[in-house]
Write a new protein. Structure first.
Length: 227
């Protein structure tokens, strides 16, 4: 005999679950991890925190068809993401080895002895080679992006061929749009962030750190499984 599918939880029910003490505990733990990463980056010699934008949101997914193999397994997921902007007082090539020494993440693919894989994009070795050769191969063709890639964290910076203008020219923190999600919270660190004009007057270039992706614990830190 066929059984009826359980009724989907209402928005109100899901919203209440996003603010339960257990959920708030998970949320606080992820915020602390993000603050620690940003703090450790700011402690790297030659780097200066300009500001960080953090977004915490919980999104409801549609029901879809019970016969659809791509049907989302969750009715609700909550994730946290931060984009932090740092000034680089010296050169990026000088800062990269210090970032490696800070042991914030494993950058790019490594061999069995924990060394950067040769010519592998995402590693600090590759990024240094990219800078040394001006982003070009010996025949003049463009090399792949030197973005540092770690589990749930990326580091990028301004370059002549990629100034990141969309990311780093705004003079005011990005506002938190009206919540279309079940839950949404945004904030800026520190409470009185530096202006981009000041950051550019004090530093040679600007660098971005993005925290929170599919390989991070901040991604889907709280979920409600579909019944």
């Amino acid at each position: 005999m066929a059984t009826a599918c359980a009724a989907a939880p209402s928005d109100q029910e899901l919203r209440s679950r996003t603010t339960l003490p257990a959920t708030e505990q998970l949320r606080a733990a992820e915020e602390q991890k993000i603050r620690e990463v940003i703090g450790r980056m700011g402690a790297v010699e030659g780097l200066e925190l300009v500001r960080a934008h953090v977004t915490d949101s919980c999104i409801r997914f549609g029901e879809g068809s019970v016969f659809d193999s791509g049907r989302p397994p969750y009715v609700l997921t909550c994730s946290m993401r931060a984009v932090a902007y740092f000034g680089v007082r010296g050169s990026v090539a000088e800062a990269l080895p210090r970032i490696r020494e800070a042991d914030i993440a494993v950058w790019g693919p490594q061999d069995g002895k924990g060394r950067d894989m040769p010519h592998a994009a995402g590693t600090i070795t590759y990024a240094l080679d990219y800078l040394r050769h001006g982003g070009r191969t010996s025949d003049g063709s463009k090399l792949p992006s030197p973005v540092l890639d770690g589990p749930g964290i990326e580091i990028d910076w301004e370059r002549p061929d990629d100034p990141l203008s969309v990311l780093v020219t705004s003079e005011s923190p990005t506002p938190c749009p009206p919540a279309s999600e079940i839950y949404r919270r945004c904030w800026v660190m520190p409470d009185s962030p530096m202006s981009m004009a000041t950051a550019r007057s004090r530093n040679r270039t600007l660098l971005t750190v993005t925290v929170g992706g599919p390989e991070s614990t901040a991604y889907d830190y709280f979920t409600v499984r579909r019944q």
